[in-house]
Design a protein around this ligand. Sequence first.
Ligand code: ASP
Ligand code: MG
Length: 425
Amino acid sequence: MKIFKFGGASVKDAESVKNVAAIIRLFPGERLVVVVSAMGKTTNGLEKVVKAHCNKTGEATSLLQEVKSYHDTILESLFPDSNASVYGKVNNFFVEIDWVLEEEPRSFDFVYDQIVAVGELISTAIVQSYLDEQGIACKWLDIRDCIRTDNTYREGKVDWVESEKRIKQIIPTLINDRNPIVVTQGFIGATSENFTTTLGREGSDYTAAIIAHLLDGESVTIWKDVPGVLNADPKYFNDAQKLEQLSYHDAIELAYYGASVIHPKTIKPLENKNIPLFVKSFMQPQGKGTVVGKDLTTKPQVPSFIFKSDQVLVSLAAKDFSFIAEDNLSSIFATFAACGVKMNLMQNSAISFSVCFDDDKNKTFMLIELLKKDYWVRYNEGLQLYTIRYYYPSTIVNLSQGREILLEQRSRTTAQLVMKEIVAS
Ligand code: ASP
Ligand code: MG
């Protein structure tokens, strides 16, 4: 059984959905679990609905209407027959959102998951109905029946034992020679009380990996709008190059530091069962793409660059003149964890501790206020973080042209630089 994952960009309009069908036709008779994300920017759209509802701005209904209209356009183009059953299915999912909006908002994260998950329920209803209508035999699966999580809304932790039991019971009853394909949602799961959870933004890759791991899949293919894993983001680097193959280890490191092509949680469940991961272009499905797998060394061996903007660098010194050792570090880590701020890079000396993290304005403010109680806090905003795997000394010299390096860390394989653009005065 192969697992395919189609992200938002690959189902962003009617033409894209047709393209998904064309890709699936390239695999006649194969047993496939097709994991699909919400269409285009639907998740962002639904996030806005959640915020409007929780902040009571009065705009939730009109924002939801935008999401509905977007899907209507796709539906009308794919299903000219207005009696097609998919219309009713999609409508029922939207009604679930209407019900949430009628209630007083409970906790933000809970409401978020109940509303945002509908994006995936709808996209999969549309894709499955379209494939079916095209004569591609397939079934729709509500993955919430299979993937169980705890109740950490917006970042559900997978209950692997319970999920394995369920998935092994359910999926084999759906897939057979007459019906080799199942279409299901990425990104979502459910608690033991059947409340919907999500697995964290961009979590559909992770869903594909969970399914592959639990069913001992043959491979996972992530269909992307790029030809494979590149050594740099072409938005920021002129001569990005495609990597033919990657070790699991390199793939994890690159994803963890922010290469957005693969969700960082995706690799481990695959590595654990030696399941290869292909990253391929949905525009050129016959292309070779990139393969991540067992005993592969990364090729070509060129430096890989990961760029993150909007970074904050905070430096702390204890007000009571104590050293930055275990006591202070554990209280600093606890404060970061309490504020939900993830550290991208850290460095300590006897009396100071520096950390670089993504600037999420609300969290940054709260964090700095809390830290100020016990520490002298200095900070810089608007910085860039570069992570370079397999760097050469010259790579760093070139990269730091016109920039001031505020913090630098190097291991044998990876260099990280926090930099600030030098503005000519
Ligand atoms: N639709 C979700 C998101 O945009 C999950 C995903 O795309 O992987 O975050
Ligand atoms: Mg997405």
